[in-house]
Design a protein around this ligand. Structure first.
Ligand SMILES: NC(=O)N[C@@H](CC(=O)O)C(=O)O
Ligand SMILES: [Zn+2]
Ligand SMILES: [Zn+2]
Length: 401
């Protein structure tokens, strides 16, 4: 990774002096008030003196992405394809992608919707159900286009109603086949028991499902998707490196649960697992910026039409694809860990999946830019995370420089 302290001077990242930085939750998202990052002025002046203005990093991948289909796919795909080399494509369509044959078709739809000249690669996944067969896993492996299988506990999140009702009762033969074929299991890690408090669902899932699963099938590769708690961090750290890893979203690094209620109910920061309290956010930031190889970028960018977010029973999901790279960079900058950014965005994911790292580069420049208020699609519009606000880091392709 190269770091430029001004646009003309380039240092390698490890030579760069760590700056004093603050990591705190800025007051967020009052109704109709634009989100703005604020630093304490004294620290800001100090930080400005040493902070780099430009970074060149290996092209990142997104290891957790919802692209949907039809008009929404066409509208959102360019935002991911612009800067990411590859993405793990989530299978929770309506109806879900439960077979390799359907994954192959869906992949074709995505490739067709790509902007001309894009080399973005969709890495497909299967949606695990109570009836998925070990045979399907062999087909998936043989296809060369399916890279993982996704576990949605039935009822846990958007379009999860066909998900698994009893993992140990119904899915062990499939999971054993996945371990044999080295197909990773991606996990939405929340229990669905209505008696369990929403904020505890990840921890209870770890205790009652994930820990026993790792004990039973230590060879199965598992990615705990979109982790939100220090319990998840502790769990991931307790497992063998290379067997259990986690993706982390921009929202769980930047926001705590206050953001949901700041100045009124805020549907555009509602996602699952729900935002947690500040101590959990801090634990995730520390884990991710520590340089550990167990964590990698997964935006969980999850577009829903504005109407389905701003209504009496709004959908869970935050559309972050256009802003994610700016936000991750911000998080690492605030933690004084810009030298660890590239491993998180571009190395740890492919290393875990056993895929080559990307060879092309992107440039992240400090150049304030305004997030559009909405993005139109064929039958509606999508409100992005941090709608209408100004972000500091602007990503661009190296050859655009
Ligand atoms: N994260 C979300 O809140 N929503 C996702 C589903 C998921 O990843 O759980 C979606 O598909 O909308
Ligand atoms: Zn999920
Ligand atoms: Zn998701």
């Amino acid at each position: 990774m190269q770091v430029a302290v001004n646009p003309t001077t380039t240092l390698s990242a490890h030579e760069h002096p760590k700056h004093n930085s603050v990591s705190f939750l800025r007051p967020s998202l009052p109704c109709r008030v634009r989100f703005r990052f604020s630093h304490r002025p004294a620290l800001r002046a100090n930080a400005m003196a040493t902070q780099p203005q430009q970074l060149t990093i290996t092209r990142p991948d997104d290891w957790h992405l919802h692209l949907r289909d039809g008009g929404v796919l066409e509208a959102v795909l360019p935002h991911s394809a612009r800067h990411f080399g590859r993405a793990i494509i989530m299978p929770n369509l309506k109806p879900p992608v439960t077979t390799t044959a359907r994954a192959v078709e869906y992949r074709e739809e995505i490739l067709k919707a790509l902007p001309a000249g894009s080399s973005f690669q969709p890495l497909m996944t299967l949606y695990l159900t109570d009836n998925t067969s070990p045979e399907e896993i062999k087909l998936a492996r043989k296809s060369g286009v399916v890279f993982a299988v996704k576990l949605y506990p039935a009822g846990a999140t958007t379009n999860s109603q066909y998900g698994v009702t009893d993992i140990f009762g119904k899915c062990l033969p499939v999971l054993e086949e996945m371990a044999r074929q080295e197909v990773p299991l991606l996990v939405h890690g929340e229990v669905t028991d209505l008696h369990v408090d929403t904020f505890d669902r990840e921890k209870v899932f770890i205790d009652t499902i994930l820990a026993p699963l790792v004990q039973k099938l230590p060879q199965l590769k598992i990615v705990m998707e979109h982790i939100t708690t220090m319990d998840a961090v502790n769990f991931v750290e307790s497992c063998e490196e290379g067997h259990v890893a986690a993706t982390v979203t921009p929202q769980h690094l930047l926001l705590n649960r206050n953001a949901l209620f700041q100045g009124g109910l805020q549907p555009h920061v509602y996602c699952l697992p729900i935002l947690k309290r500040e101590t959990h956010r801090q634990a995730i930031v520390s884990a991710v910026t520590s340089g550990s190889r167990r964590y990698f970028l997964g935006t969980d960018s999850a577009p829903h039409d504005k109407q389905n977010k701003e209504c009496s029973c709004g959908c869970a999901g935050i559309y972050s694809a256009p802003v994610a790279l700016s936000l991750y960079t911000k998080v690492f900058e605030e933690a004084g860990a810009l030298d660890k950014l590239e491993a998180f965005t571009s190395f740890n994911g492919p290393d875990f999946y056993g895929l080559p790292r990307n060879t092309s580069k992107i440039v992240l420049r400090k150049s304030p830019w305004k997030v559009p208020v909405t993005y139109k699609h064929s039958s509606g519009e999508i409100v992005p995370m941090f709608t209408g606000s100004t972000l500091e880091w602007l990503p661009s392709d190296q050859d655009e420089e």
